[in-house]
Design a protein around this ligand. Structure first.
Ligand code: 13P
Length: 249
């Protein structure tokens, strides 16, 4: 009953020309794929090119971050309204790379989620533990902290419009995917938090994606878990053929 989402996070890869080349190949490969929502999140500079290239298809465009204000003296930042104008329907918030390298906190995640919803963007909010946190037995405490700080203060109506991405940091870009069982266990825990904070109905409805070294050869096993509602894909989303195989799992 939860519609899968397959989202590609291109990170800091692809020029506008490379974006057009990707869409030329990718569009044909997923033209018949109606079983899931397909989202591509290019860097800011390629959003307009991606939007133009995806016109007439069912592929949605998302951004990788945003600022919470509509406009202002915030050098280097981009507002939610600018993203919608450029053609975005989705936005990734709180990616672990932003948390680790750019000072993202649960507090800024919370502000960004609210601002994104106000601008009618669908937030894909990332949570996930570091390797040391998993090995130290703190995975659930970390996820609970990120859940509560990032979206615990939303209204039930707002919460029903977000997508959660569970991305264990130790699995990102490492080729070390979480086993389907480990991922499903974390998803179940997050759903439990949603039931406690919001309601069992909200918990049953919220879509939780897995991210971290998702590849064409491991996506089937992950998607076989009822708890896993899709994938947030980095490296393997850069190649049209490989991301299309993931979409068409
Ligand atoms: P990889 O698929 O390259 O591990 O990246 C995952 C990710 O960070 C998606 O947001």
């Amino acid at each position: 009953m939860r519609r899968p989402v397959m989202a590609g996070n291109w990170k800091m890869f692809k020029t506008q020309e490379e974006t057009r080349d990707f869409f030329d190949a990718f569009e044909k490969l997923v033209a018949a794929s109606t079983h899931c929502d397909i989202v591509i999140c290019p860097p800011y500079t390629a959003i307009a090119a991606a939007k133009a290239a995806s016109r007439g298809s069912q592929i949605h465009i998302g951004a990788q971050d945003l600022h919470w204000e509509k406009q202002g003296a915030f050098t280097g930042e981009v507002s939610p309204q600018m993203l919608t104008e450029a053609g975005c329907a989705y936005v990734i918030i709180g990616h672990s790379e932003r948390r680790q390298f750019f000072g993202e906190t649960d507090e800024t995640v919370h502000r960004k989620v609210k601002a994104a919803l106000e601008a009618n963007l669908a937030p894909i909010v990332c949570v996930g533990e570091l390797l040391a946190e998993r090995e130290g037995g703190r995975t659930e405490a970390v996820l609970e902290q990120q859940f509560t700080g990032g979206f615990g203060a939303l209204t039930p109506g707002q919460f029903s419009r977000i997508i959660i991405a569970y991305e264990p940091v130790w699995a990102i870009g490492t080729g070390r995917t979480a086993t389907p069982e480990i991922a499903a266990e974390a998803h179940r825990f997050l759903r439990g938090l949603a039931a406690k904070r919001f309601s069992p109905e909200h918990a049953a409805a919220v879509r939780i994606l897995y991210g971290g070294s998702v590849k064409p050869d491991n996506v089937k096993g992950l998607m076989a878990q009822v708890e896993i509602d899709g994938a947030l894909v980095g490296g393997a989303s850069l190649d049209a053929q490989s991301f299309a195989s993931i979409v068409n799992f």
